[in-house]
Design a protein around this ligand. Sequence first.
Ligand code: GTP
Ligand code: MG
Length: 365
Amino acid sequence: MGLACGIVGLPNVGKSTIYNAITLTEGGDRSNYMFSTTEPIRGTVDVPDPRLEQIAKFIETSRIVPAQMTVVDIPGLVSGASHGEGMGIGFLGAIKESNCLLHVVRCFESSDVQHVSGAIDPAADAEIVELELAQADLQTLDRNIDRVAKKARTGDKEYVEQKVLFERAKAHLETSQPLRMLEFSPRELELLAPLFLMTIKPVLFVANVGDSDVDGTSDHVKALREYAEKTRADVMHLCGDLEAEFIRMDEEERATFMEDFGLKESGLTRMIHAGFDLLGLQTFFTAGELEVRAWVIHQGDTAPIGAGAIHTDFTKKFIRAQVYKFDDLVQHETEAAIKAAGKLRSEGKEYVLQDGDICHFLIGN
Ligand SMILES: Nc1nc2c(ncn2[C@@H]2O[C@H](COP(=O)(O)OP(=O)(O)OP(=O)(O)O)[C@@H](O)[C@H]2O)c(=O)[nH]1
Ligand SMILES: [Mg+2]
Protein backbone atom coordinates (compact mmCIF):
# COMPACT_ATOMS: atom_id res chain seq x y z
CA MET A 1 0.00 0.00 0.00
CA GLY A 2 1.46 3.34 -1.03
CA LEU A 3 1.81 5.69 1.89
CA ALA A 4 2.80 9.28 1.12
CA CYS A 5 3.10 12.15 3.59
CA GLY A 6 3.41 15.72 2.34
CA ILE A 7 5.16 18.22 4.61
CA VAL A 8 3.40 21.58 4.44
CA GLY A 9 3.55 24.84 6.37
CA LEU A 10 4.54 28.50 6.25
CA PRO A 11 8.03 29.33 4.97
CA ASN A 12 10.96 28.96 7.37
CA VAL A 13 9.19 26.83 9.98
CA GLY A 14 11.53 23.85 9.70
CA LYS A 15 9.91 21.68 7.03
CA SER A 16 13.16 20.83 5.26
CA THR A 17 14.90 20.32 8.60
CA ILE A 18 12.26 17.73 9.53
CA TYR A 19 12.30 16.22 6.03
CA ASN A 20 16.06 15.69 6.34
CA ALA A 21 15.65 14.14 9.78
CA ILE A 22 12.98 11.73 8.53
CA THR A 23 14.76 10.72 5.36
CA LEU A 24 18.20 10.67 7.01
CA THR A 25 19.48 12.85 4.19
CA GLU A 26 20.53 16.39 3.51
CA GLY A 27 18.21 16.35 0.48
CA GLY A 28 15.85 19.03 1.76
CA ASP A 29 17.15 22.55 1.17
CA ARG A 30 17.52 23.88 4.67
CA SER A 31 18.47 27.46 5.37
CA ASN A 32 17.48 30.40 7.52
CA TYR A 33 16.05 32.41 4.66
CA MET A 34 12.48 31.98 3.41
CA PHE A 35 11.49 30.04 0.32
CA SER A 36 14.69 28.05 0.34
CA THR A 37 12.71 25.09 -0.94
CA THR A 38 11.47 25.93 -4.43
CA GLU A 39 10.38 22.52 -5.73
CA PRO A 40 8.82 19.53 -3.99
CA ILE A 41 11.48 17.00 -3.02
CA ARG A 42 10.56 13.36 -2.59
CA GLY A 43 12.27 10.78 -0.46
CA THR A 44 11.58 7.21 0.56
CA VAL A 45 11.80 6.27 4.19
CA ASP A 46 11.91 2.94 5.94
CA VAL A 47 9.21 2.74 8.58
CA PRO A 48 11.18 1.94 11.74
CA ASP A 49 9.88 -1.18 13.52
CA PRO A 50 12.16 -2.86 16.09
CA ARG A 51 10.02 -6.03 15.86
CA LEU A 52 11.64 -6.85 12.49
CA GLU A 53 15.09 -7.34 14.02
CA GLN A 54 13.59 -9.38 16.82
CA ILE A 55 11.76 -11.69 14.40
CA ALA A 56 15.01 -12.20 12.49
CA LYS A 57 16.66 -13.35 15.73
CA PHE A 58 14.31 -16.34 15.85
CA ILE A 59 13.73 -17.01 12.16
CA GLU A 60 16.87 -17.30 10.09
CA THR A 61 16.56 -15.11 7.04
CA SER A 62 18.60 -13.55 4.23
CA ARG A 63 17.27 -10.03 4.58
CA ILE A 64 15.04 -7.71 6.54
CA VAL A 65 12.65 -5.52 4.58
CA PRO A 66 10.89 -2.72 6.46
CA ALA A 67 7.72 -1.10 5.13
CA GLN A 68 8.35 2.11 3.25
CA MET A 69 6.68 5.43 2.92
CA THR A 70 7.20 8.44 0.70
CA VAL A 71 7.79 11.82 2.26
CA VAL A 72 7.58 15.01 0.24
CA ASP A 73 9.18 18.31 1.28
CA ILE A 74 6.94 21.02 -0.12
CA PRO A 75 7.80 24.73 -0.56
CA GLY A 76 6.34 27.13 2.02
CA LEU A 77 2.79 28.40 1.55
CA VAL A 78 1.96 32.03 2.30
CA SER A 79 -1.15 34.11 2.49
CA GLY A 80 -2.28 34.82 -1.07
CA ALA A 81 -0.45 31.77 -2.48
CA SER A 82 -3.62 30.69 -4.26
CA HIS A 83 -3.35 34.00 -6.14
CA GLY A 84 0.34 33.68 -6.91
CA GLU A 85 2.00 35.12 -3.76
CA GLY A 86 5.30 33.61 -2.58
CA MET A 87 6.03 30.44 -4.51
CA GLY A 88 2.41 30.37 -5.69
CA ILE A 89 0.64 27.04 -5.70
CA GLY A 90 2.19 25.45 -8.77
CA PHE A 91 3.44 22.69 -6.50
CA LEU A 92 0.03 21.77 -5.11
CA GLY A 93 0.15 18.53 -7.11
CA ALA A 94 2.61 17.29 -4.51
CA ILE A 95 0.03 17.92 -1.79
CA LYS A 96 -2.76 16.34 -3.80
CA GLU A 97 -0.86 13.07 -4.21
CA SER A 98 -0.22 12.74 -0.46
CA ASN A 99 -2.38 10.48 1.74
CA CYS A 100 -1.87 12.72 4.72
CA LEU A 101 -0.31 16.06 5.54
CA LEU A 102 2.34 16.77 8.13
CA HIS A 103 1.66 20.40 8.80
CA VAL A 104 4.72 21.90 10.48
CA VAL A 105 4.05 24.91 12.69
CA ARG A 106 6.82 26.96 14.22
CA CYS A 107 6.77 26.94 18.01
CA PHE A 108 10.49 27.71 18.53
CA GLU A 109 11.84 31.15 19.37
CA SER A 110 14.90 32.31 17.46
CA SER A 111 15.97 35.77 16.40
CA ASP A 112 18.12 34.25 13.60
CA VAL A 113 15.17 32.75 11.79
CA GLN A 114 12.78 35.20 10.22
CA HIS A 115 9.05 34.60 10.69
CA VAL A 116 6.93 35.37 7.66
CA SER A 117 4.50 37.58 9.56
CA GLY A 118 6.90 38.86 12.21
CA ALA A 119 5.68 36.98 15.29
CA ILE A 120 4.94 33.38 16.18
CA ASP A 121 1.23 32.68 16.55
CA PRO A 122 0.74 28.95 16.04
CA ALA A 123 -3.05 28.90 15.61
CA ALA A 124 -3.06 31.88 13.26
CA ASP A 125 -0.05 30.50 11.36
CA ALA A 126 -1.74 27.13 10.89
CA GLU A 127 -4.88 28.88 9.74
CA ILE A 128 -3.07 30.90 7.05
CA VAL A 129 -1.86 27.71 5.39
CA GLU A 130 -5.21 25.98 5.76
CA LEU A 131 -7.05 28.94 4.25
CA GLU A 132 -4.81 28.85 1.20
CA LEU A 133 -5.48 25.15 0.75
CA ALA A 134 -9.19 25.86 1.23
CA GLN A 135 -9.02 28.57 -1.46
CA ALA A 136 -7.48 26.11 -3.88
CA ASP A 137 -10.14 23.52 -2.97
CA LEU A 138 -12.83 26.12 -3.61
CA GLN A 139 -11.44 26.73 -7.09
CA THR A 140 -11.45 22.99 -7.74
CA LEU A 141 -15.04 22.67 -6.51
CA ASP A 142 -16.22 25.63 -8.60
CA ARG A 143 -14.70 24.09 -11.71
CA ASN A 144 -16.36 20.77 -10.99
CA ILE A 145 -19.73 22.28 -10.12
CA ASP A 146 -19.66 24.00 -13.53
CA ARG A 147 -18.70 20.72 -15.16
CA VAL A 148 -21.58 18.69 -13.69
CA ALA A 149 -24.23 21.45 -13.61
CA LYS A 150 -25.24 21.15 -17.25
CA LYS A 151 -25.78 17.42 -17.07
CA ALA A 152 -27.50 17.75 -13.70
CA ARG A 153 -30.03 20.08 -15.35
CA THR A 154 -31.10 17.24 -17.64
CA GLY A 155 -32.05 15.36 -14.49
CA ASP A 156 -29.25 12.77 -14.69
CA LYS A 157 -29.30 11.30 -11.18
CA GLU A 158 -25.59 10.76 -10.84
CA TYR A 159 -24.75 14.32 -11.85
CA VAL A 160 -27.43 15.74 -9.58
CA GLU A 161 -25.88 13.77 -6.73
CA GLN A 162 -22.42 15.14 -7.52
CA LYS A 163 -23.66 18.69 -7.81
CA VAL A 164 -25.45 18.57 -4.46
CA LEU A 165 -22.37 17.05 -2.81
CA PHE A 166 -19.92 19.52 -4.35
CA GLU A 167 -22.14 22.41 -3.32
CA ARG A 168 -22.32 21.13 0.24
CA ALA A 169 -18.52 20.92 0.35
CA LYS A 170 -18.25 24.41 -1.12
CA ALA A 171 -20.66 25.89 1.41
CA HIS A 172 -18.59 24.37 4.21
CA LEU A 173 -15.30 25.75 2.85
CA GLU A 174 -16.87 29.17 2.62
CA THR A 175 -17.15 29.15 6.39
CA SER A 176 -13.31 28.99 6.39
CA GLN A 177 -13.19 25.47 7.75
CA PRO A 178 -11.31 22.52 6.28
CA LEU A 179 -13.32 19.71 4.68
CA ARG A 180 -11.94 17.12 7.11
CA MET A 181 -14.41 18.54 9.64
CA LEU A 182 -17.39 17.36 7.56
CA GLU A 183 -18.77 13.82 7.70
CA PHE A 184 -18.93 12.07 4.34
CA SER A 185 -20.38 8.66 3.54
CA PRO A 186 -18.14 6.12 1.76
CA ARG A 187 -20.12 6.79 -1.42
CA GLU A 188 -19.54 10.54 -1.10
CA LEU A 189 -15.84 10.02 -0.50
CA GLU A 190 -15.71 7.95 -3.66
CA LEU A 191 -17.33 10.78 -5.63
CA LEU A 192 -14.95 13.34 -4.13
CA ALA A 193 -11.78 11.29 -4.65
CA PRO A 194 -11.15 12.32 -8.29
CA LEU A 195 -11.12 15.98 -7.19
CA PHE A 196 -8.02 15.46 -5.01
CA LEU A 197 -9.24 17.99 -2.48
CA MET A 198 -6.56 18.97 -0.01
CA THR A 199 -8.41 20.05 3.12
CA ILE A 200 -10.17 16.69 3.24
CA LYS A 201 -6.88 14.91 3.94
CA PRO A 202 -6.03 13.85 7.47
CA VAL A 203 -3.62 16.30 9.10
CA LEU A 204 -0.98 15.74 11.74
CA PHE A 205 0.18 19.09 13.08
CA VAL A 206 3.83 18.99 14.01
CA ALA A 207 4.76 21.62 16.57
CA ASN A 208 8.41 22.38 15.89
CA VAL A 209 9.61 23.31 19.37
CA GLY A 210 12.85 24.80 20.61
CA ASP A 211 15.32 22.64 22.55
CA SER A 212 14.15 24.31 25.78
CA ASP A 213 10.67 22.82 25.28
CA VAL A 214 11.28 19.19 24.29
CA ASP A 215 8.26 18.21 26.44
CA GLY A 216 6.03 20.48 24.39
CA THR A 217 4.51 22.30 27.35
CA SER A 218 4.85 25.89 26.06
CA ASP A 219 1.87 28.13 25.38
CA HIS A 220 2.71 27.93 21.67
CA VAL A 221 2.19 24.17 21.65
CA LYS A 222 -0.93 24.53 23.76
CA ALA A 223 -2.38 27.00 21.26
CA LEU A 224 -1.66 24.64 18.39
CA ARG A 225 -3.17 21.73 20.29
CA GLU A 226 -6.39 23.69 20.77
CA TYR A 227 -6.49 24.60 17.09
CA ALA A 228 -5.94 20.95 16.10
CA GLU A 229 -8.72 19.76 18.41
CA LYS A 230 -11.11 22.34 17.05
CA THR A 231 -10.41 21.32 13.46
CA ARG A 232 -10.33 17.52 13.88
CA ALA A 233 -6.62 17.07 13.38
CA ASP A 234 -3.94 15.32 15.42
CA VAL A 235 -0.93 17.01 16.92
CA MET A 236 2.54 16.12 18.15
CA HIS A 237 5.69 18.06 18.97
CA LEU A 238 9.33 17.57 18.15
CA CYS A 239 12.46 19.69 17.98
CA GLY A 240 13.58 19.83 14.36
CA ASP A 241 17.04 21.07 15.28
CA LEU A 242 17.67 18.17 17.67
CA GLU A 243 16.27 15.59 15.24
CA ALA A 244 18.63 16.97 12.61
CA GLU A 245 21.52 16.48 15.07
CA PHE A 246 20.50 12.88 15.80
CA ILE A 247 20.93 11.74 12.26
CA ARG A 248 24.61 12.67 12.26
CA MET A 249 25.32 10.57 15.35
CA ASP A 250 26.04 6.91 15.79
CA GLU A 251 23.64 4.89 17.92
CA GLU A 252 25.56 5.17 21.17
CA GLU A 253 26.09 8.88 20.85
CA ARG A 254 22.42 9.38 20.02
CA ALA A 255 21.29 7.37 23.06
CA THR A 256 23.41 9.53 25.40
CA PHE A 257 22.27 12.71 23.70
CA MET A 258 18.61 11.74 23.91
CA GLU A 259 18.98 10.83 27.55
CA ASP A 260 20.49 14.26 28.24
CA PHE A 261 17.35 15.80 26.82
CA GLY A 262 15.07 13.32 28.60
CA LEU A 263 13.81 11.86 25.31
CA LYS A 264 12.73 8.21 25.18
CA GLU A 265 11.95 7.95 21.49
CA SER A 266 13.12 10.03 18.56
CA GLY A 267 10.58 12.49 17.17
CA LEU A 268 10.75 10.56 13.93
CA THR A 269 9.54 7.35 15.57
CA ARG A 270 6.78 9.20 17.38
CA MET A 271 5.79 10.95 14.20
CA ILE A 272 5.46 7.71 12.29
CA HIS A 273 3.38 6.17 15.07
CA ALA A 274 1.17 9.25 15.13
CA GLY A 275 0.85 9.05 11.34
CA PHE A 276 -0.19 5.39 11.56
CA ASP A 277 -2.85 6.23 14.16
CA LEU A 278 -4.09 9.14 12.09
CA LEU A 279 -4.48 7.00 8.99
CA GLY A 280 -5.76 3.96 10.89
CA LEU A 281 -2.85 1.80 9.75
CA GLN A 282 -1.24 -1.28 11.21
CA THR A 283 1.58 -3.69 10.42
CA PHE A 284 1.71 -7.41 9.83
CA PHE A 285 4.76 -9.50 8.99
CA THR A 286 5.82 -12.31 6.74
CA ALA A 287 8.85 -14.25 7.87
CA GLY A 288 10.87 -16.94 6.15
CA GLU A 289 14.28 -17.94 4.80
CA LEU A 290 14.10 -15.38 2.01
CA GLU A 291 13.05 -12.36 4.00
CA VAL A 292 11.47 -11.00 7.15
CA ARG A 293 9.20 -8.25 5.97
CA ALA A 294 6.73 -5.68 7.29
CA TRP A 295 3.52 -4.86 5.44
CA VAL A 296 1.28 -1.90 6.11
CA ILE A 297 -2.49 -2.29 5.92
CA HIS A 298 -5.55 -0.60 7.35
CA GLN A 299 -6.94 -1.58 10.73
CA GLY A 300 -9.88 -3.88 10.07
CA ASP A 301 -8.44 -5.33 6.84
CA THR A 302 -9.13 -9.03 6.37
CA ALA A 303 -6.50 -11.67 5.57
CA PRO A 304 -7.18 -11.66 1.79
CA ILE A 305 -6.68 -7.88 1.70
CA GLY A 306 -3.43 -8.29 3.63
CA ALA A 307 -2.32 -10.93 1.12
CA GLY A 308 -3.15 -8.40 -1.59
CA ALA A 309 -0.56 -6.03 -0.14
CA ILE A 310 2.04 -8.61 -1.17
CA HIS A 311 0.61 -9.17 -4.63
CA THR A 312 -2.74 -7.84 -5.88
CA ASP A 313 -3.61 -11.27 -7.32
CA PHE A 314 -3.36 -12.83 -3.88
CA THR A 315 -6.63 -11.29 -2.67
CA LYS A 316 -8.64 -13.30 -5.19
CA LYS A 317 -6.53 -16.44 -4.95
CA PHE A 318 -6.39 -16.46 -1.15
CA ILE A 319 -7.18 -19.86 0.35
CA ARG A 320 -6.19 -19.46 3.99
CA ALA A 321 -3.56 -18.02 6.27
CA GLN A 322 -1.50 -19.54 9.02
CA VAL A 323 -1.15 -16.90 11.67
CA TYR A 324 0.60 -16.42 14.97
CA LYS A 325 1.43 -13.39 17.02
CA PHE A 326 4.75 -11.60 17.29
CA ASP A 327 4.52 -12.03 21.08
CA ASP A 328 4.07 -15.81 20.63
CA LEU A 329 7.35 -15.91 18.71
CA VAL A 330 9.14 -13.99 21.44
CA GLN A 331 7.74 -16.41 24.04
CA HIS A 332 8.17 -19.72 22.19
CA GLU A 333 11.09 -18.83 19.91
CA THR A 334 10.30 -21.25 17.05
CA GLU A 335 7.30 -21.86 14.85
CA ALA A 336 7.37 -25.53 15.85
CA ALA A 337 7.06 -24.57 19.53
CA ILE A 338 4.28 -22.11 18.72
CA LYS A 339 2.45 -24.93 16.92
CA ALA A 340 3.04 -27.33 19.80
CA ALA A 341 1.55 -24.73 22.16
CA GLY A 342 -1.56 -24.63 19.95
CA LYS A 343 -0.99 -20.99 18.99
CA LEU A 344 -0.51 -21.42 15.27
CA ARG A 345 -3.95 -20.69 13.87
CA SER A 346 -5.43 -21.48 10.50
CA GLU A 347 -7.60 -18.56 9.42
CA GLY A 348 -10.00 -18.12 6.52
CA LYS A 349 -11.24 -15.26 4.38
CA GLU A 350 -13.15 -13.53 7.14
CA TYR A 351 -10.19 -13.22 9.50
CA VAL A 352 -9.40 -9.63 10.45
CA LEU A 353 -5.65 -9.15 10.69
CA GLN A 354 -4.23 -7.77 13.93
CA ASP A 355 -1.20 -5.55 14.39
CA GLY A 356 1.87 -7.77 14.89
CA ASP A 357 0.44 -10.88 13.22
CA ILE A 358 3.02 -13.04 11.47
CA CYS A 359 1.42 -14.77 8.46
CA HIS A 360 2.00 -17.50 5.94
CA PHE A 361 -0.54 -17.26 3.15
CA LEU A 362 -1.76 -20.24 1.20
CA ILE A 363 -2.55 -18.98 -2.29
CA GLY A 364 -4.32 -20.94 -5.05
CA ASN A 365 -3.79 -20.84 -8.80
N1 GTP B 1 16.07 27.26 16.85
C1 GTP B 1 15.54 26.38 15.99
N2 GTP B 1 15.69 26.59 14.69
C2 GTP B 1 15.14 25.70 13.84
C3 GTP B 1 14.41 24.57 14.28
N3 GTP B 1 13.98 23.87 13.18
C4 GTP B 1 14.44 24.57 12.12
N4 GTP B 1 15.13 25.66 12.50
C5 GTP B 1 15.80 26.65 11.65
O1 GTP B 1 14.84 27.34 10.87
C6 GTP B 1 15.39 27.68 9.60
C7 GTP B 1 14.42 27.24 8.52
O2 GTP B 1 14.43 25.85 8.45
P1 GTP B 1 14.01 25.08 7.10
O3 GTP B 1 13.98 23.65 7.48
O4 GTP B 1 14.84 25.50 5.96
O5 GTP B 1 12.53 25.66 6.94
P2 GTP B 1 11.48 25.39 5.78
O6 GTP B 1 10.16 25.37 6.46
O7 GTP B 1 11.86 24.24 4.96
O8 GTP B 1 11.60 26.74 4.93
P3 GTP B 1 11.16 27.02 3.39
O9 GTP B 1 11.59 25.88 2.56
O10 GTP B 1 11.89 28.28 3.07
O11 GTP B 1 9.69 27.21 3.42
C8 GTP B 1 16.75 27.01 9.52
O12 GTP B 1 17.74 27.98 9.79
C9 GTP B 1 16.69 25.98 10.62
O13 GTP B 1 17.97 25.70 11.17
C10 GTP B 1 14.27 24.36 15.68
O14 GTP B 1 13.67 23.38 16.16
N5 GTP B 1 14.84 25.31 16.49
MG1 MG C 1 12.24 24.07 2.99
